[in-house]
Design a binder for this molecule. Sequence first.
Ligand code: APR
Length: 240
Amino acid sequence: MPEPRLRDFKRIVFFTGAGMSAESGVPTYRGAGGIWKEYDYRRYACQDAFNRDPEAVWEFHNYRRGLVAACSPNRGHHIVARAGQGSARVTVVTQNIDGLHALAGSREILELHGNLWRVRCDTCNIKQQDAHVVREELQCDRCGGWWRPDIVWFGDYLHEPILDAAQAAILGCDLFVSIGTSAVVYPAAYLPEYARKAGAVRVEINPDETPASDLYDVHLRGPATEMLARLAGDDPELLA
Ligand code: APR
């Protein structure tokens, strides 16, 4: 199949993982320099750890906030955002919690795994959205309990309405571009199947092969910024 060009499609879904933000300096989870090689998610990124030792979880969480706060959207994030400002309808379905798609100007974003900058109190059923900064106030001002990072941790269920919206967007798309995901975490890893059902052209952007590679028509084996520039072709609107 010839390499597609974004301008030829009307309904595009970008499905992004940690590799989308790698060139912004945000560490990925797996592979070289992956976070889970340094930190055991069972101690820092799951509900049991939070119930057992909320201070350790917050220390890790604020460490990550500090890292990501120093990172900006890369050229790939900007191409994705600009694709959504043209005639095509664009939905970003992201596993990333870093907030860089929104910072780049993407509007229709479905965050499958939550958001690094948002916290919630499950006792008071309230949420707070922070700027891209480390959080000082760790106790809910209403009940005094610990604010919980509003992230889908291992063992958590995804937020059904967001997953349903992602599936609906993919079932209606004519181009599905997966960028920088190792395709090993479910149910997100199942989403390319919906693109196959939709009959969409399916592109995988990843320097490496993944367990989902067979589901794609086109494989762009390189970094997100360069491969997205190739999909943008010579369209000055997208490459500004
Ligand atoms: N451009 C594109 N892809 C890249 C780049 C890059 N510059 N650098 C690395 N990659 C690819 C890697 O080859 C790998 O396949 O990005 C992928 C990153 O994989 P993971 O670190 O596993 O990230 P992801 O797939 O998003 O993880 C899914 O797992 O830990 C949970 O909730 C967490 O959302 C996360 C989920």
